[in-house]
Every structure is written in C-alpha cells, then in structure tokens.
Design a protein around this ligand. Sequence first.
Ligand SMILES: C[S@@+](CC[C@H](N)C(=O)[O-])C[C@H]1O[C@@H](n2cnc3c(N)ncnc32)[C@H](O)[C@@H]1O
Length: 212
Amino acid sequence: MNDGKDWFAWHSPYADDDSPLARRLRLVQQHIAAWFDERPGKPVSVVSMCAGQGHDVLNVLASRPDATRADVTLIESDPRNVAAARAKAVTENLETVTVMQADAGDLASYRQAVPADLVIMAGVLGNISDADAHATINALPQLCAADATVIWTRTRRAPDLTPRIRTWLADAGFAERVFHAPDGVLFSVGVHRFAGTPQPLATNGEIFTFIA
Ligand SMILES: C[S@@+](CC[C@H](N)C(=O)[O-])C[C@H]1O[C@@H](n2cnc3c(N)ncnc32)[C@H](O)[C@@H]1O
C-alpha cells in the first residue's frame, strides 16, 4: 500500500506559510470554504482520498460554526497521519469526522463514505501512474453524488499531465469551475462539478497504486 517515503514528514512544509505546499493548501481550503458557503444549512458529505493529516478540510471545519452538518470521511494509510488527523478532530470537537486507516486505491474503502457531495483529491494524481490517474478519474462517478464537486491538485512538472487530466474529467462528466496554475510554482489546483449520473460503487476494485 505504501513505499519508503516518509508521508508524515511530507507535511512539514505546511509550517512555512510561504512554501508552495502551504500556498496550495490555502487555495484548497479557500475552495472548500466557498463550497460550504454555497450550500448554507444543508447536510453534506465529504470524502478526502489520501487525506494525510487532513489540514485542508479539518482546518476549514474548525473555523465553521456549522461544521456538524458535514459528514466527513478521511481515508489515509499512514498510521501517524491517521493519528494526527484524529487528534485534530478531537481537539476541534469535529464529531462528524471519521478518519479511516485504509487503502484509498481500493474502492471497497469508500463503502461507508459515498456518494459524497465533495471529493477532495489533494496530493493524489501526482503520486500514481498516468493510467491510474485516468482510472481514478473514471471511477469518480462511483464516488460522487449528483452535482458533487471534486477539488484536485497535480504538479505541472514536465511532462505536465494536467491538460490530459482536464480532458479526462470532461470525458467523465465533469465541468471545470476553476483551474489555478500560478506562475513561479509547479502545483495546480482544479475544481470540477459533476454534471453526470452517479454510478453505483463497484463491490471491489483497485483504482490506483501509490508509487511516489
Ligand atoms: C502527497 S500526500 C497528500 C496528503 C493530503 N491530501 C494533503 O494534501 O495534505 C499523500 C498522502 O497519501 C497517503 N497514502 C499513500 N498511499 C495511500 C493509499 N494507498 N491509501 C490512502 N492513503 C495513502 C500518504 O500517507 C500521504 O499522507
């Protein structure tokens, strides 16, 4: 399920507000917060794939008085990140957050969490093969409720896959809302809206293997 990379230490640059990772995080958080604001008062469900320590959605929820209307599932394989995300959820009284230690590349891991109104794929598409990125995008209609939003990130390091990712998302029934590709950094952040028909979750199936 995992390789030799230290995915706990990977989060360290978040402590530096000027780091590209922190800048990327702020963009993702901005879109999560805007997404909540566009749906005032409604119960919503959120799933984060390879959620890490959950800095994006947990920090947004921690600042919201209406956090409990969100049923949130974080799927993360590294036990240290799972523990950090759970500790944050407890500290912030985020009672509707579930942090699952599971393989986000296995569709079975999503059984209790979907269909979701918001799917967060931050730090996923750059750590899997191009074929798996395509397969993961093709599987999104199994994870998304009608009219769901997907927030995703991807490095634009050459060869830049983001043009193909955006085409694959369109082919899978997603309309692009935003695509940030700031100058001077390699990250990008996309926001897509599902305009297709939700599909039932396959009982089993590997959609990706982490390779980074
Ligand atoms: C690049 S980090 C992104 C973390 C988080 N989404 C963020 O943007 O802050 C990738 C995360 O995926 C986790 N991971 C790796 N393979 C996984 C798998 N098969 N299932 C779930 N999580 C996985 C790693 O432990 C790591 O926390």
